[in-house]
Design a protein around this ligand. Structure first.
Ligand SMILES: C[S@@+](CC[C@H](N)C(=O)[O-])C[C@H]1O[C@@H](n2cnc3c(N)ncnc32)[C@H](O)[C@@H]1O
Length: 154
């Protein structure tokens, strides 16, 4: 069982408030519309915060985590998104991509995004691949969110 599957019962209590703050920063700084993909959505507690203007899909490798989300959910990983090309208007990922192969995940985000899609990635500052993330997201706007940097493409 993965770490996140093991802590799924207490995850929201432990991290929910902090993650909700990051979701609020994203909602305040970029217009998310249409069909939205949340990569590494966990329990979907933050995915819910994007539901007002979007039809959301929660993508998450841990079944134990994602089964807590009441909306549309898919078990999968950032590196191999099980979706067609150019099928999302918005893509978000909060504190998840440091666990993934970043280059492959970045290519997958580009592949599934429509040409004018809004992309928002919150990336854990203390992760060992943070330096690489900064290079990869160099063309993005960056907002300091204390434990994460939030990268926005608009
Ligand atoms: C810190 S939690 C964040 C969960 C959620 N985004 C939130 O804001 O509450 C990190 C999540 O990334 C997921 N994860 C781990 N490896 C992943 C991968 N390769 N692709 C997508 N998600 C992954 C974990 O299962 C976990 O649910």
């Amino acid at each position: 069982m993965s770490y996140y599957s093991e802590i799924s019962g207490g995850y929201d209590k432990l991290h929910g408030e902090e993650q909700a703050r990051k979701a609020a920063i994203i909602n305040d700084n970029i217009a998310l519309v249409g069909r939205l993909l949340d990569i590494g959505a966990g329990t979907g507690a933050t995915t819910k915060l994007f539901e007002k203007n979007c039809e959301c899909v929660a993508l998450e490798p841990s079944i134990e985590m994602v089964k807590k989300y009441s909306g549309l959910k898919v078990v999968g990983r950032a590196e191999e998104l099980p979706f067609k090309d150019k099928c999302f208007d918005s893509v978000v990922s909060l504190t998840a991509l440091h666990h993934a192969n970043l280059e492959r995940s970045f290519a997958e985000i580009k592949r599934v995004s429509r040409p004018d899609a809004a992309v928002a990635v919150s990336f854990f500052k203390r992760a060992k691949n943070f330096g690489f993330a900064q290079k990869l997201f160099a063309g993005f706007r960056a907002i300091d969110a204390k434990f994460d940097w939030i990268f926005l493409n608009k």
